[in-house]
Design a protein around this ligand. Structure first.
Ligand SMILES: Cc1cc2nc3c(=O)[nH]c(=O)nc-3n(C[C@H](O)[C@H](O)[C@H](O)COP(=O)(O)OP(=O)(O)OC[C@H]3O[C@@H](n4cnc5c(N)ncnc54)[C@H](O)[C@@H]3O)c2cc1C
Length: 350
């Protein structure tokens, strides 16, 4: 079976690797370089907090487990970092209770316990107790993950966007690329992230998206002992490669102008050692968000061999959801897991 996967972000790479492992001949096509889309500018926290409804929470929990499994399976895997997540702010005890009820590992730390895990935090910024800790969480270096997945017997065409599909009746026969190259295909998977609506339109499918612009600040390398995902009330931090620290805030995303200095100031108030760092780069990204916020995964009723793998939280979800989508591309029906995430829900609500 010959499959063309459109997009070489975490989703495209995960779907392609799952297909190749099961014997499909896979070509991944990207208009840029692998990981140059949202996946290369993501906070990439692997978690299932605040994920509703329950079926979406469960999909994310399965996504977390898939990351741990893959990292354990591959010798010298260097993209997955566990260590859990720490958060303090309002209502942590209530959040912890609600998540524990769902079976999500969660607990409360005292200030001393939190400082044992994260000694770089300014102790005065921490409450005396009620600091939430979620031991199963982690974060991923998406470009390393993508490189690993694409190394699994997949052909990759870069810097050559898919511009149209060759469709007859309800079947896609192939794709045409910007360069003029034409690829025949027994199946096409749309993994185009924020551009998924454009690639859906090529198949005559109207996929509503409400993408959100985001800002990520990368500091210069700095000697701060930060080793996990930390959510302080005004800033989120995690380690980035080579001693750099990655900063993010939902509030800044909403009001990006002139906000970078505030983000660094806020981070320094949590980890005083960050004072020694400068801003090395600021990247803007675009969260790929389907119209109702939930993933769009798997087969499409009107185009028999066209499939979706599009969502926010794609870093958490890609390995698990990628397997489910690959199952459907290869002819299995995964309605058991994917019923809530079908493209057709948008057509029904029109
Ligand atoms: C600031 C920020 C923070 C985030 N934080 C988290 C987080 O903590 N945890 C989490 O799980 N998720 C997080 N996300 C979301 C997550 O990063 C995305 O869901 C995920 O990266 C999407 O991956 P993707 O492969 O679908 O898209 P992308 O990585 O964007 O890949 C799509 C690819 O398709 C290519 N493409 C598009 N159109 C075409 C075409 N016509 N032809 C060929 N190629 C094409 C693009 O060039 C691109 O490389 C965050 C996102 C942002 C922006």
């Amino acid at each position: 079976m010959r499959v063309v996967v459109v997009g070489a972000g975490v989703y495209g790479a995960a779907v392609a690797a799952a297909l190749a492992r099961r014997g499909a001949v896979v070509t991944v096509v990207d208009g840029g370089a692998p990981g140059s889309g949202t996946s290369g500018a993501s906070f990439s926290w692997v978690n299932s907090r605040n994920k509703q409804p329950l079926v979406y929470h469960e999909l994310n929990v399965a996504g977390m487990a898939a990351h741990r499994r893959l990292a354990a399976e591959v010798p010298l895997s260097d993209w997955y970092h566990g260590g859990g997540g720490i958060e303090w702010g309002a209502d942590e005890a209530a959040k912890v209770d609600a998540l524990k009820e769902l079976g999500y590992p969660a607990g409360l730390l005292t200030r001393a316990e939190a400082l044992e895990l994260e000694p770089g935090i300014d102790p005065e910024r921490l409450p005396a107790g009620g600091i939430a800790y979620f031991p199963d969480e982690g974060w991923v270096e998406p470009t390393r993950l993508i490189a690993h997945l694409l190394s699994r017997a997949v052909e990759v065409i870069t810097q050559d966007a898919v511009t149209s599909l060759d469709i007859s009746g309800d079947v896609v026969r192939g794709v045409r690329l910007e360069s003029g190259l034409e690829l025949t295909a027994d199946a096409v998977v749309n993994c185009a992230g924020p551009q998924a609506a454009g690639v859906a339109a090529m198949a005559g499918l109207a996929l509503p998206m409400r993408n959100l612009p985001c800002v990520l600040v990368y500091t210069s390398p700095v000697a701060v002992p930060l080793s996990r995902v930390v959510h302080a009330p005004e800033v989120h931090l995690r380690p980035e490669g080579d001693g750099r620290i990655l900063l993010h805030s939902g509030e800044i995303d909403e009001n990006a102008q002139g906000a970078v200095e505030k983000l660094v100031r806020d981070a320094t108030s949590v980890y005083p050692g960050i004072r020694a760092a400068s801003v090395e780069s600021v990247r803007t990204g675009e969260r790929p968000i389907p119209g109702d916020g939930l993933p769009v995964l798997g087969r499409v009723a009107d185009v028999r061999n066209y499939f979706f793998a599009v969502s926010h939280s794609g870093v958490t979800l890609c390995l698990h959801a990628g397997e489910l989508v690959a199952d459907e591309v290869l002819g299995e029906d995964r309605e058991d897991a994917l019923a809530a995430f079908r493209f057709e829900r948008f057509e029904e609500s029109r």
